[in-house]
Ligand binder design. Sequence first.
Ligand code: GLN
Length: 475
Amino acid sequence: MQSLPYSQIRQSLDNNTLTCVELVKYHLAVIEKKGHLNAFLSVYKNEALTQAEEVDRKIKNRNAGKLAGLVVGLKDLLCYQDHPLQGGSKILDGFVSQYSATAVQRLLDEDALIIGRQNCDEFGMGSSNENSAFGPVANDPDNTRVSGGSSGGWAVAVQAGMWLVALGTVTGGSVRQPAAFCGLVGLKPTYSRISRHGLAAYASSFDCVGLFSNHIDDIALVLEVIAGADEFDSTVSHREVPSYSTAMQEKEERKFKIAYMRDTIEHPALQPEIKNTIQEKINRLKANGHTVEGIDFPLNDYVLPTYYILATAEASSNLSRYDGVRYGYRSPAATDLPSLYKKTRSNGFGKEVQRRILLGTFVLSARYYDAYYTQAQRVRRLIRNQIKTIFNDFDFILMPTTPTTAFALGEHSDNPLEMYLADLFSVQANVAGVPAISIHCGKDKQGLPIGLQLVADDFEESKLLQFSKRILEMK
Ligand code: GLN
């Protein structure tokens, strides 16, 4: 069942050869079997079964929603009313969401079945899911390897068949990087395509809701349900949401112009097998009649530093709300108000989050504001402008998703800079705000999945999804 796309599952549900209850039971059994991966923090067993019975009734009455029986998991950064939310952090101990994120509510309105909450790096800060207060997540086929981050639990859950589609958040590379490490499809939509209402903020000008699945058609369908205007988020786009799922069924024969960034493929840190696999794909694209040209992007060296200056600055401001007064954890050792703040935040946040708050506070401090924060904002604008210019001549930008395949647990834990380099190719789309996808494109010598990344212009998700599907099916 795990490898079936939702459309087939839906057919069986509509034909009464399968019920939602059976489906949920199947996924619950996988969750139990794969408990050692540490992918989930809560499983809503009884609730999901009750919901499943309800949706089964609707299917019989022929009034079930568009996503009836779609088993979904949520990253621990998306609010689900009356359910715990901790962002992988001790500081939110005991916190329960008072409302559902818009994206979550839209899934429920279409009868999707939410089965659990997934582990993640604390507040989305990490590239390996080793920064969670609930312990690291292991990759399914090789438990000594990381799952990627910050959405490791999320990716592994789909990889291992615990649920069909996962919904979560992405600030830098958090969907594409774990998707590459786990051999899945991961989509980061255009910034503002999906409402951020109910998403626990990390860096608000980068944060997006993103999607993982084994099947690209499932991503198209879910995107069309959750995208679009929302009265609770004034930054969300009011642009009409196209029917992505219909577009996926259309026969698309167009030949495209694709730019590949030479310095990503020539990068000294790129694992040779990834380079060869991407090169092979480029040759296949050419053989299929597409135009693929190498381009230089001199600003590439500035993308990662720009991201880490701006994201930490925004994080230091966003995370100031966790003060021991308003949410979750409060240090029992506090004696007065200043010690309440200090002790709560020192004990409640993990090391990486504290590092980023310090870094972000530093770049926002009066003496360094212009040298770092303002300068990084300017560079961000340049990066976006130059990426947009590329789309005057090309339909897509192609590059590897990650410099290496899934690394070993603990391999980069003592060196934050090495860890940040895992995002070398994936943060660009977040800095520029454009949509990007990672698709599975091969394996290295050890059998670990390799991801290929495609970036498109603003709001071109339809074209991006369609073309990615063609690449996945390409001979
Ligand atoms: N790895 C990046 C970071 O640590 C991005 C993670 C994310 O997208 N949430 O900031």
